[in-house]
Every structure is written in structure tokens, then in C-alpha cells.
Write a protein of this length. Structure first.
Length: 136
């Protein structure tokens, strides 16, 4: 019995094992890292004048645009970066924060640099007025 328990804990997703002990962390087990249909119809155009993007009006402002599975970060008055919002560690999409120059996944505390050389999948962007275009 003792060996079965040890084997189970070694192979189970840690949050599932913690949930069995009464600590609910099952969201962190998701491995949803795909892009779905984000670019099926070509580049994505985002109207930044919508209220959900008001945080992008200032440099270092950021938004977790969950509807399109993107993290958006304004790095200058003329540039906004776009990243896939799936955590490279476990695929979580909803628990992000931003501090310094790092996106932080709240489920495991992993930090990822907010540049296109980090583990986060980075997309090409162009900004024209209030329209941000995101493509592969």
C-alpha cells in the first residue's frame, strides 16, 4: 500500500495529488498550449479603443486577453508585444501578473521575461492608430 501511494504521487500531476489532500489546485494541470483558431482567418486585428484594453494606453500596461489567448504588453508609445497566454510550464491561461519586466504565473510562481526571446510564444505585431494587428 505504501509503495502504491508513493508511485501514484510520483506520476500524478502535483495539483491533483494536492487536491486529494484537500488543497484545490487542479486548474494548474491544464496543458492547453495550442493556438486554436487564432490565425485561421489571417492576422488578428484588435481595436484598442475598447474599454477592456484601457490598461494598454500607458507604457508597461498589460492585458490578459483571454478571449484570444493572448498576453498584450505596451513596451513603448509605438509598440505592443503579444504572447500566447499559456504558461509554458503547465498551460495555465488565467493566473498571470506582471512585475518588473516579467510575466508571473500565479499557479506555480514561474517567471517569464516579457521579450520575444523568452519561453512565452511571441507573435508579430504592428500598431496603426488604435488598431493592433497580431500575426504569426
Amino acid at each position: 500500500m505504501k509503495n502504491q501511494r508513493r508511485d501514484f504521487l510520483k506520476t500524478a500531476c502535483a495539483p491533483v495529488a494536492l487536491t486529494l489532500l484537500g488543497i484545490p489546485l487542479t486548474n494548474a494541470c491544464s496543458k492547453d498550449t495550442d493556438e486554436g483558431d487564432l490565425f485561421n482567418e489571417g492576422p488578428l486585428e484588435i481595436d484598442l479603443s475598447q474599454s477592456q484594453f484601457q490598461d494598454l494606453q500607458t507604457v508597461n500596461g498589460w492585458v490578459n486577453y483571454q478571449a484570444k489567448k493572448l498576453l498584450l504588453l505596451r513596451v513603448s508609445n509605438s509598440e505592443i508585444l503579444a504572447f500566447n497566454n499559456a504558461c509554458p510550464h503547465q498551460g495555465n491561461r488565467n493566473g498571470w501578473s506582471f512585475k518588473g519586466n516579467q510575466f508571473v504565473c500565479s499557479f506555480h510562481g514561474r517567471e517569464y521575461s516579457a521579450n520575444c526571446n523568452s519561453a512565452l510564444r511571441c507573435y508579430n505585431t504592428s500598431l496603426s492608430g488604435n488598431i493592433l494587428t497580431v500575426s504569426r
